[in-house]
Ligand binder design. Structure first.
Ligand code: NAP
Length: 248
């Protein structure tokens, strides 16, 4: 039996990268897992099969995390099928990096809406259900860019810092309802998002990581499991940097 046996989780952006690893790690611990994705249907189908192979139920929902209505619809689908929602992981995210002077209004809006507004959309829909249950966990996937900033990522760092403010505020609003809200701030993780970086950018990044390597998605997923599990029963409003020692 896993530490999350028969709990119901919803992960946004679960088709690839960190989100996929989170879906699989939660299933490994006994969760039935729903996840959203934007367009990678083949990847999403493969994740559903991987969850089923672990003997857990999976539900893939194609839904744009930027849309308030679609987020509410996704949460309704999950609750309609599983009758409750124990864990929400706000993970969906994108980058559109460039220096502020070159950043278009569209790139600002797209990144803020996908990374930050999405967390508002899903948290609002999920916390209604969790308040009724008098139990729940919300885990926000921020970034060290939101903690210390990063040149070329004004939009992304602002969204990720916004998530931290949201985490602490929601933690205060929801603590009395037995809903814990925490955030993870990963450093550099081996996914499609970081494959875009040039070798020169990667070298510069490694120079500032004391552990001198990038993280595997599983090393972020295991911290999500911790924050979803009874092992973190007295934690709320916290930000855990999982970054090989970069921020300390
Ligand atoms: P990734 O490999 O690019 O995967 C992104 C996931 O988000 C995919 O499942 C994608 O769905 C989904 N997604 C993107 N836009 C969406 C939208 N509008 N609606 C619904 N789903 C959407 O990214 P990752 O590296 O795993 O990153 C996951 C999270 O961790 C992000 O929030 C990211 O900011 C954060 N993070 C990553 C790193 C890193 O180094 N990789 C570091 C710190 C924080 P499709 O497959 O359909 O496109």
């Amino acid at each position: 039996m896993g530490v999350l046996q028969d709990k119901i989780a919803l992960v946004t952006g679960g088709s690839r990268g960190i989100g996929r690893s989170v879906v699989l790690a939660l299933a490994e611990q006994g969760c039935h897992v729903a996840f959203t994705y934007k367009s990678a249907s083949a990847a999403a189908d493969a994740v559903v099969k991987e969850v089923a192979a672990k003997g857990r139920k999976a539900m893939a929902i194609q839904s744009d995390a930027k849309s308030f209505q679609e987020a509410a619809g996704a949460v309704d689908k999950v609750v309609g099928e599983f009758k409750r929602l124990d864990v929400l992981v706000n993970n969906a995210g994108i980058t559109k990096d460039t220096l502020l002077l070159r950043m278009s209004e569209q790139d600002w809006d797209e990144v803020i809406d996908t990374n930050l507004k999405s967390a508002f959309n899903f948290s609002k829909a999920a916390c209604k259900q969790m308040m009724g249950q008098r139990e729940g966990r919300i885990i926000n996937m921020s970034s060290i860019a939101g903690v210390i900033g990063n040149a070329g990522q004004t939009n992304y760092a602002a969204a990720k810092a916004g998530m931290l403010g949201m985490t602490k505020t929601l933690a205060k609003e929801l603590a009395s309802r037995n809903i814990q809200v925490n955030a993870i701030a990963p450093g550099f993780v081996e996914t499609d998002m970081t494959h875009k970086l040039t070798d020169q950018q990667k070298e510069a990044l490694m120079a500032v990581v004391p552990m001198k390597r990038v993280a595997k998605p599983e090393e972020i997923a295991s911290v999500v499991v911790f924050l979803a599990s009874p092992a973190s029963s007295y934690m709320t409003g916290q930000v855990l940097c999982v970054d090989g020692g970069l921020v300390m």
